[in-house]
Design a protein around this ligand. Structure first.
Ligand SMILES: [Zn+2]
Length: 373
């Protein structure tokens, strides 16, 4: 969410959109003399992905890529992430290393519920309270809670985040909630190492619910007991009942002003070409006004507008020989050139994606474990 905000001081790297491209690939960090390789849940890499897809699939490595790039300078990205978390009412200590993106900082279910409720509430944060009012038997009211709302994130960023989390329910790790309750919900699963904790946090327009499953001590819940298996079914039960009681709280989320809906290619995040439609890879996505993409899809286009492939060494040598042969005086015998093996052919588009130098951890910090989700 910190990365989506465009109202940041002008950084070396501009804010991200839901369709910005991240690189989910092998990364390694040196921490002291140890190596740390962040991993995804299924130990696989997806290559170039959109922010939306990374969230949908809970890709740890892409999240790290996001935080490493969105602020440009270390440790500005982490500071901004912490800042947004504080404004959303997270009071528990938040780590100051890259693992913060993977949710390694421990929070209470109440804190998390307040943070997600802020998104449901269009970016307005209210500190949770239990007692609404106290009235004496004789009718005198002795206490009434006065909320003190504060704007934690802009309504536009809250809405984009809700759209992204709706996608998690529609297609991602919480797809079961989408199937059973429809798509006016947004949410996110969470799992820790060795399945010690399972989470699901989700909300409709006027109601938020967080389910935490775990033991008092750090003990595994059992194999494959991730958020989607352990916590999500409970959440679905609660929300199904809640929807019967408060149907008005589950209407569709209305887009605020200053956001723009645009049809884009789901894979590349760019304007669709006809091949994107043929591949059924077209979605409608919202952007902060002024941040919509203006380039056309470079993944599906049959004739992509990309730099022409440079001629191979062999082709250049062949040309040379042809020229020499043409200029050669007749009758003179020459030893033929040995044609070398042609240079490996590389797709110039892929070069950008894969051959960036390995990113190194900027400075020493404690080694953390990679998180499953
Ligand atoms: Zn496309």
């Amino acid at each position: 969410m910190a990365a989506l905000s465009q109202d940041l001081p002008p950084p070396p790297v501009a804010g991200f959109t839901p369709m910005s491209r991240l690189y989910d690939k092998y990364l390694e960090f040196r921490v002291g003399n140890k190596k740390w390789v962040p991993r995804n849940y299924h130990n696989e890499y997806w290559g170039p992905v959109t922010v939306r897809f990374a969230l949908e699939k809970s890709l740890n490595v892409a999240s790290i890529d996001l935080v490493m790039r969105f602020a440009g300078t270390w440790p500005e990205g982490i500071r901004r992430t912490q800042d947004v978390a504080r404004r959303l009412g997270i009071e528990s200590p938040i780590g100051d290393d890259l693992s913060v993106t993977l949710g390694t900082s421990e929070v209470t279910p109440l804190e998390l519920a307040a943070a997600y409720a802020t998104l449901a509430n269009g970016g307005v944060f209210n500190r949770p309270w239990c007692v609404e009012r106290i009235t004496r038997l004789d009718g005198l009211q002795v206490y009434e809670h006065t909320p003190s709302p504060s704007l934690a994130v802009s309504p536009q960023v809250a809405f984009l985040m809700t759209r992204l989390l709706q996608n998690v329910v529609a297609k991602g790790t919480a797809v079961r909630a989408g199937r059973e309750l429809g798509h006016n919900f947004a949410g996110k699963t969470g799992t820790t190492n060795e399945y010690t904790d399972a989470w699901f946090a989700g909300y409709g327009r006027g109601l938020c619910c967080v389910v935490y499953v775990g033991f008092d001590e750090r003990k595994s819940l059992g194999a494959r007991m991730e958020g989607a298996h352990a916590a999500l079914p409970i959440w679905i039960d609660v929300m199904r009942r809640a929807r019967e009681l408060y149907p008005a709280q589950f209407r569709e989320f209305d887009p605020p002003e200053k956001v723009t809906a645009l049809t884009v290619c789901e894979k590349s995040g760019l304007l669709p070409v006809s091949e994107c439609y043929e591949n059924k890879s077209v979605v409608e996505e919202y952007f902060l006004s002024g941040t919509t993409p203006y380039e056309y899809c470079d993944l599906h286009a049959r004739f992509p507008m990309e730099p022409a492939e440079p001629p191979s060494l062999a082709a250049l040598l062949r040309e040379d020989r042809a020229r020499e042969a043409a200029e050669r005086p007749a009758g003179r015998i020459r030893r033929p050139h040995r044609v070398p093996q042609s240079a490996p052919r590389l797709d110039p588009r892929r070069l950008d994606w894969w051959d960036a130098p390995l990113l190194r951890f900027p400075h020493g910090s404690e080694l953390w474990d990679d998180q499953a989700d």
